[in-house]
Ligand binder design. Structure first.
Ligand code: HEM
Length: 463
């Protein structure tokens, strides 16, 4: 058996607690009010707890928020553990079952290798100017004094960005239609009660165009039609000079020389469009909230941005230390993903003095790790300085997970977050429309600001 090191005198096996209460009630609480559910368990069961009400896998499910345990699991998730794609089947109605998120083992690894270059280094620089321009174009739709929800605005921006990364140009009538239908589709799962549909298979029944699942199925069909039409157009008009992800996927061949089929292409595009815009939109909306909630943070950030001058390149902006710290603290204080994807023990393992049976499923709890007082003193405060005075390990700051399923879009997400926040704050003025604090609530499988961050557009800024 492989173990983590134990401090001297610690007993070799400690029990894992379970949250109290009836399973169904715990499940409803987790779906309808996940923040409360997680915070309540933290008080009783700080590092590990066992839960069978979350809807993942078949065997015992253990949730951990201890960095040592996270490191043990995630750094061995190709050896002692594995991360079966089929455990993410909750997402299948939205993204099908042939994308990187649903694949396992070697096929998963191969698909990641195929996707990774689109989100790194040189490619990011190409997207830099585009991100700033798309942000400006969306802001141009607002007039001075107009109230708006920051999350709606950032969703527009991030959807256009990911669409151009995935499909190339965003300006065709079809890409506009894809973005419109996609927004309508994800908005269907925007509230905790509508998210019930994802968790309870019995609610996934099409009772006609006005029933909740019926609406979803029809919108998904519309989206599929549009995406398949785009794939077929590309097949009939091949263009080697295109650098977008769809072109790259279409050109790719497996080790056996096979091309991806239409369904595989559709599922991958859907997964990237979904994962790539919902999350980032929420993160940027939170950054707008926190910087406007705390004027001293905004002032410091503006001073840093102004020091660069108006001609600064996206690369220079993205390298700014305080901007980087603000974005990290946003993802720390208001994480978008509550958990990593599941990892399953192949054999019996011992982690920090606890023994776990083979087939135990583990979820890393990003939400609770980011609330640990031993890592983030005064954890409810928004303090970007934390990230300037201390270096956090990738198992302490874990917004994007780690190991074999670490977020493929992490670099793009962070780059995009910095450039959109920098463009918004350095060029325009905003205020929060309400003094009331924003709280996090479920949006599909993620957390998002409950009121969408209501703001007022105050016009152009003259630094
Ligand atoms: C702030 C924005 C984002 C956050 C917080 C986020 C968070 C995460 C997390 C926590 C995971 C699971 C990691 C694990 O289990 O270890 C993940 C996986 C993933 N993310 Fe992101 N993500 C973000 C943006 C993006 C973007 C822009 C894309 C772009 C396409 C993307 C695509 C994916 C994909 C495809 C996976 C699955 C990887 C796999 O199964 O191998 N994400 N993300």
């Amino acid at each position: 058996m492989i173990k983590t090191a134990l401090p001297p005198n610690q007993p070799t096996t400690q029990p894992i607690g379970k949250p109290p209460g009836v399973r169904l009630l715990r499940q409803l609480k987790w779906i309808l009010d996940p923040v409360n559910y997680l915070e309540a368990t933290k008080a009783e069961l700080p590092d590990f707890f066992e839960e069978d009400a979350l809807g993942f896998g078949e065997g015992p499910l253990v949730i951990t928020s201890h960095p040592e345990a996270l490191q043990f699991i995630l750094s061995r998730d190709r050896t002692l553990f594995h991360s079966p794609g089929e455990f993410n089947r909750l997402l299948a109605p939205l993204i099908g079952d042939a994308s990187v998120i649903m694949l396992s083992g070697d096929r998963h690894k191969e698909r990641r290798q195929l996707l990774a270059p689109a989100f790194h280094g040189d490619r990011l620089e190409v997207y830099g100017q585009l991100i700033c321009q798309l942000t400006e174009a969306v802001i141009a739709e607002l007039s001075e004094g107009e109230p708006f929800a920051a999350r709606k605005l950032t969703q527009k921006v991030s959807l256009q960005i990911i669409s151009s990364v995935v499909f190339g140009l965003t300006d065709s009538p079809r890409s506009h239609e894809i973005m419109r239908v996609l927004t309508d589709t994800v908005d269907l799962f925007g509230s905790p009660t509508s998210a019930l549909m994802l968790f309870f298979g019995g609610l996934q029944t099409d009772l006609g165009a006005w029933s909740p699942w019926g609406q979803f199925v029809r919108r998904r069909q519309q989206l599929d039609d549009l995406i398949y039409a785009e794939i077929r157009d590309r097949q009939s008009n091949p263009d080697d000079s295109r650098k977008d992800i769809l072109s790259m996927l279409m050109a790719a061949r497996t080790e056996d020389g096979e091309a991806l089929g239409e369904t595989e292409l559709r599922d991958e595009l859907m997964a990237l469009l979904m994962a790539g815009h919902e999350t980032t939109a929420t993160a940027i909306a939170w950054a707008m909230y926190w910087t406007h909630k705390q004027p001293e943070v905004k002032a410091k950030l503006l001073a840093e941005l102004d020091s660069l001058g108006p001609e600064a390149s996206p690369t220079e902006i993205a390298a700014l230390p305080y901007l980087t710290a603000v974005c990290k603290e946003t993802l720390r204080r208001s994480p978008v993903a509550m958990f990593t994807f599941p990892r399953v023990a192949k054999t019996e393992v011992e982690i920090m003095g606890r023994t776990f049976a083979p087939q135990t499923t583990f979820l890393g709890c990003i939400f609770l790790t980011h609330q640990r007082e031993d890592l983030y003193p005064n954890h409810t405060a928004f303090l970007p300085e934390r990230f300037l005075t201390r270096k956090y390990s990738p198992y302490e700051f874990i917004a994007f997970g780690n190991g074999s399923r670490r977020c493929v879009g992490e670099a793009l997400a962070q780059y995009e977050m910095k450039l959109v926040v920098a463009t918004l704050l350095s060029r325009y003025r905003f205020s929060l429309a309400s003094e009331q604090p924003e709280i996090a609530k479920r949006r599909g499988v993620t957390l998002a600001p409950a009121k969408g961050v209501p703001m007022i557009f105050q016009g152009k800024r003259n630094p």
